[in-house]
Design a binder for this molecule. Sequence first.
Ligand code: HDE
Length: 701
Amino acid sequence: MPKTQPPKDKPATIHDQQLRRGAGGELHQTAGGTCPVMTTALGAPVSDDQNTLRVGARGPALMEDFHFREKIFHFDHERIPERVVHARGYGAHGFFETYDSLSDVTRADFLQRPGEKTPAFVRFSTVAGSKGSFDLARDVRGFAVKIYTKEGNWDLVGNNIPVFFIQDAIKFPDIIHSVKPEPDRGFPQAQSAHDNFWDFISLTPESMHMIMWVMSDRAIPRSFRFMEGFGVHTFRFVNAAGASTFVKFHWKPKLGLQSVVWNEAVKINGADPDFHRRDLWQAIQSGNFPEWELCVQLFDQDFADSFDFDILDPTKIIPEEVLPVRPIGRLVLDRMPDNFFAETEQVAFMTQNVPPGIGFSNDPLLQGRNFSYLDTQLKRLGSTNFTHLPINAPKCPFHHFQQDGHMAMRNPVGRANYEPNSWDQGPRESPERGYKHFPSEEQGQKVQLRPESFADHYSQARQFFISQTDIEQAHIAAALTFELSKVETPVIRERMVSHLMNIDQGLAQKVADNLGIVSLPKPADAAVKPRTDLDASPVLSIVNRGPQRFEGRKLGILVTDGTDAALLKKLMRAIEKEKGTVEIIAPKVGGVTLSDGNRLPAQQMLDGGPSVLYDAVAVLPGAEGAGMLAVAPPARDFLADAFVHCKFIAHSPEAASLLAKAGIDAPDEGVTALSGAKDVDAFVGKLGQLRFWAREPKASA
Ligand code: HDE
């Protein structure tokens, strides 16, 4: 045997031997134990995964080492292109349950039988940021739902905002380029607060309604679980007789709507960039399955003709007060993917995935999307066979003659790969069962023309603004001020204010003042005179429609050694009864010793668990602990932030001095001193309001 070779079954050196041992020094289990033998991708057993094949222990590597070559080759190719938009997303499995038969309006198979459950997968996302960006960007959220029906997949690829920036798909690359990092400098990441975005927007009046939504609290949701979703476009339902009904889709969260405030969002991004995905993960893993109702607005051509705006214009809504929504089923998310990449990353949503009974309108944005999504999947997933991936494949039988291509996993079996054929093999079309496009009458010249009926860009922007509470209006003004303050070119800021003049004079004045614009510009030229007669639509406000319960929310309790065990227990029980969750924050993550001598482990250490991670907080130090917290900056921030973010705060009598240190000199009704059990009920009774908004004008002044 040549000298350079180790003895057959033994590691060469003591060091080499150590490499094969686990952290505890024990040998990894092998064939005889629970772990399977490692193999190459082709199944050859691997004997050494610590060392490349070399000529001697210190010699050059050998090309012959196929295991090394295969391992590195595969690693080098682990990334696929991220989505051009909606790159950062998080998905979950669940089901859709039908309430009533909708056979009168649609032949969609999954909407025929009350109580029927159909498997579903949902991916939530931000739009602008790259895959590794943070969750609390001010941005639209994607709300893409795939329902695996027995007659093919239905993808409702929606957003958490019911309108869009543009009216024609041809402008999509422009709006997206403008919001993405500027091409010369490569920043900012996941932010609309920069010149290019506001330059494009200020030159695109049709975006004004969407801008009101994006500058509102809708763009900084507290969690995916507390967001609405919208199909945005007008779609069609088609019934068995071939009759069509227009339909708009809405997802309504069972736990109600909730957002964070901007100062909080900025801090959450530092404290936990994965705040939204962690929230969904924790909710589902703990059995608190998030749920939404699918609601529809159904209408016919007569309604469309009589409505104030064009139902094909994706920058307009139909207010629920004008056309009520009807719940038709519920979506429950009850299972996380086994593997993020295989499912959430590789899922391919496409607006053109519709089963019989659901069809399209002529909305020019929807028509454009129907082209785009197929292209993007080919680029991203690399093969026409992306439908073979389990997450994308239908769960019903399917038969066709498509074949070959990269990574084909299924090909037609038998001689026939075409039809008609004489071999009596393969599938045949079915005029009865097959998808039929709605035969709408269309005529006209070939033109590149924006319809006159799309020309009103301000009236619904104003309607959205006046539908908000004072608090929410103030947030919109603050968001516009923040964003435009990051715009370096004064003329762009002024141009935006000139648009705001057409929406609401007060808003325009406030933003101008905040930006230091001395004299108000002229209102922007409007193609159609903005209307001021549209009634407010109170359902558009988040604050107006609070859930009045704490269910699904999280209380952060800051404790120290000596915390009153009985009080803590009472508080934790009360929150549990409300179906909320509790997280314990302590000076050390190992926990504290309570007043009764018991140890309580913590989930966060003080420095890692700021109050921005919670919906409400309680600060319950013991006497000694209170003194220690009073000189700890993170404890002061914990309280000061909770106060400024209008959270409900409970505190033990010992924490009074800490409140003063945090600048809370005049505790209001949102701050509850817990001196006994009855105070716990009073505190928990308030939590359903989620925030003590009455504090905000003073606290943020
Ligand atoms: Fe998308 N959009 N989009 N979009 N969109 C994509 O498809 C596109 C639009 C939406 O979680 C891409 O698979 C065009 C409106 C969601 O995987 C791409 C236009 C709405 C997702 C694409 C729009 C959406 C996408 C990129 C203008 C709300 C994420 C990756 C006409 C109703 C889906 C991909 C997921 C993704 C094109 C406008 C929602 C490039 C051309 C309006 C939720 O195909």
